[in-house]
Design a binder for this molecule. Structure first.
Ligand code: UTP
Length: 279
């Protein structure tokens, strides 16, 4: 029986960045393994992917990121030690994650930007549409489907690349990729232009791309042709612009909240938010 390759089942996690804003914590620990309460950022991301019906996790790592592979694996010694004790429940969630999906890894040898990291994932993804989660953007939707689940539902309708966007204060435009588009339905825009980290006066709108994407596999060929852009890095925004020019990118203003856990302020905000949820 052949597999339906229009259905999204794989999620790519670019996790090779240096996380310099979190030094010295990220000197020996990957940024994606920093915990909000007791759970590493990457596990939140994987759980979001599972909630969207995905079961194949593809992770782009780099030097010094081995803790990621160990986290999504059985720790026999630990399991043996706490089996049958009152502490066993602490491992329930991560066990569920490990049993319900598969993990594969590849390394980005040189940190040449997010676009390049996504291209490194090609060997794990192949020729099918896929999701991308940047785990340092932590998302939560208390009142319904997760952000990625909302996007997967949208993909079934539009069958093209989708970027999640949120409204930002104008002065923050130089931290994000910013889109221009025409609103086709409530919160859904057909992208006509996108600019990486524009100064406020050059920003085409106040809608910024956050770390959730659905990409069609032709993006790999486009990234291969994409020259380094802002900061000398190969930018995913530049590659997506080529798809947008063919009318093949949707921007979606999602339901829910997003925390920029790549910054100290966002990380503290996320910690307080999740703490208030469990208290
Ligand atoms: P960031 O720019 O936020 O991550 O990239 P960074 O470079 O690790 O952080 P700072 O700015 O130095 O503090 C967004 C995402 O893209 C990944 C990062 O791991 C992060 O999840 N990324 C970025 C790569 O995998 N490879 C790259 O070359 C660049």
């Amino acid at each position: 029986m052949s597999r339906d390759i229009t259905k999204i089942r794989k999620c790519l996690f670019p996790a090779a960045g240096y996380g310099t804003r979190f030094l010295p914590a990220t000197k020996a620990i990957p940024k994606e393994m920093l915990p909000v309460l007791t759970k590493p950022l990457l596990q939140y991301g994987v759980e979001e992917a599972i909630s969207a019906g995905l079961d194949t996790m593809a992770i782009v790592t780099g030097r010094g990121k081995r803790a990621i592979e160990d986290h999504f694996d059985i720790s026999y010694e630990l399991e043996h030690q706490i089996k049958g004790t009152s502490k066993e429940h602490y491992l329930t969630e991560i066990r569920k994650v490990i049993t319900n999906c598969t993990f594969s890894y590849t390394r980005q040898i040189e940190m040449k930007g997010l676009g390049h990291a996504i291209l490194c994932g090609e060997t794990l993804i192949g020729r099918e549409p896929f999701a991308v989660i940047l785990a340092d953007d932590l998302c939560d939707n208390e009142s319904g489907d997760s952000v990625l689940a909302q996007m997967v539902a949208l993909y079934d309708k539009y069958n093209c690349s989708i970027v999640a966007v949120e409204e930002i204060p104008p002065q923050d435009s130089n931290k994000y990729g910013v889109i221009a588009g025409t609103e086709e339905a409530k919160n859904i825009f057909r992208v006509t232009d996108m600019v990486e980290k524009p100064e406020p006066e050059d920003a085409p709108s106040n809608l910024a791309i956050i770390g959730r994407y659905i990409l069609t596999p032709d993006i790999f060929d486009i990234i291969r042709e994409t020259k380094p852009g802002k900061g000398g890095e190969i930018q995913i925004t530049d590659a997506l612009l080529a798809q947008a020019k063919q009318g093949k990118v949707i921007a979606y203003k999602f339901d829910g909240r997003r925390f920029d856990c790549g910054s100290v302020d966002g990380f503290v905000e996320a910690t307080n938010y999740f703490y208030s949820k469990v208290k």
